[in-house]
Design a protein around this ligand. Structure first.
Ligand SMILES: Nc1ncnc2c1ncn2[C@@H]1O[C@H](COP(=O)(O)OP(=O)(O)OP(=O)(O)O)[C@@H](O)[C@H]1O
Length: 286
């Protein structure tokens, strides 16, 4: 806690990193709906926008669903939601006597997003932090999620209010962080990782997206955004798993068509998925 700031003990809305008085993340302080049984919560974060965090959230969720788990995505990127588009979901959310009913993707992943509550998906959402935090609370507590093995939370970029709300009010088991190869991005990843450490939430994996482009003609890998540095960043911050994804025009096409589930990641995310499962088992054993 910085000396000049008077502590309000409202850790969920305080941005002071490194505070020794900050309370641990779990257990959840937001109640859940009676028809909700969420076993594990994994946050997907990035220090900076546009590095492919929503794409990685969608791919991780799809892979887990293919492995036979029941999976949900809570789109906490309230002011820039892109999960529904990625999966081609256009029907608005509905509600019954028990609460809000999540939308479902083609393979059955349950999704809740602000974009599914707006009359048109291009209506801007310009809400202040407390309102956004209220939406996260509603998505957690008023949605009938049913049985979920893994709920992935697609976080807004950076370390804003929402970051603190989610990590201090939901029982987050672990974090997957997403970066792109630029030095600046790696430095910004460090901020998110350090804040996660402050909040005592383990960072289980780093995905370096857009790490290279494989040329169809010469067959070589080209490092369009500079030399990949994810592995070094993962080591520097003690992150136990690391994966890379290429720049692949078919991502952009499948996302535009709402068919991200059809992408075959060919095992590229396996190290991170394995670590997510290890983290979940460790929580189960506690
Ligand atoms: N590896 C990739 N190859 C090609 N296109 C990609 C790749 N990763 C992401 N994209 C495209 O880049 C755009 C941004 O990706 P995405 O929305 O996942 O980023 P983000 O980090 O979630 O952004 P923000 O946090 O600002 O919402 C999307 O159009 C997506 O299809």
């Amino acid at each position: 806690m910085a000396e000049e700031e008077e502590c309000t003990h409202e850790c969920g809305s305080c941005g002071v990193a490194g505070c020794g008085d900050r309370e641990d993340a779990g257990p959840s302080t937001f109640p859940t709906n009676a028809r909700t049984n969420i076993k594990h919560v994994i946050g997907v974060v990035s220090g900076k926008g546009g590095v492919g965090k929503s794409l990685v959230t969608s791919l991780l969720a799809s892979q887990m669903q293919k492995k036979g788990f029941s999976v949900g995505i809570l789109d906490a990127d309230v002011t820039g939601p892109s999960i529904p588009k990625t999966f081609g979901i256009t029907n608005p959310l509905t509600a019954d006597a028990d609460g809000i009913v999540p939308a479902q993707t083609a393979s059955g992943i349950k999704v809740v997003s602000v974009n599914l509550m707006l009359p048109k998906d291009d209506i801007p959402v310009a809400w202040r932090g407390p309102v956004v935090s209220g939406i996260i609370k509603q998505f957690w507590g008023e949605v009938s999620w049913g049985d979920i093995d893994y709920l992935f939370v697609d976080m807004p970029p950076g370390t804003s209010d929402v970051f603190l709300t989610v990590f201090q009010s939901l029982p987050v088991d672990g974090i997957v962080t997403v970066s792109a190869p630029q030095e600046l991005v790696a430095m910004i990843v460090g901020k998110a990782v350090n804040l996660a450490h402050d909040l005592k939430v383990p960072v289980v994996g780093l995905v370096e997206n857009m790490a290279y482009f494989k040329c169809d003609e010469c067959g070589k890998d080209h490092h369009i955004f500079g030399e990949p540095q994810g592995e070094a960043v993962a080591k520097r911050y003690d992150i136990p798993s690391f994966a890379t994804l290429p720049i692949d025009p078919s991502f952009a096409r499948l996302v535009d068509e709402g068919k991200v589930e059809e992408y075959d990641v060919a095992g590229a995310l396996d190290p991170v998925i394995e670590q997510v499962e290890i983290c979940a088992k460790a929580k189960d054993a506690e």
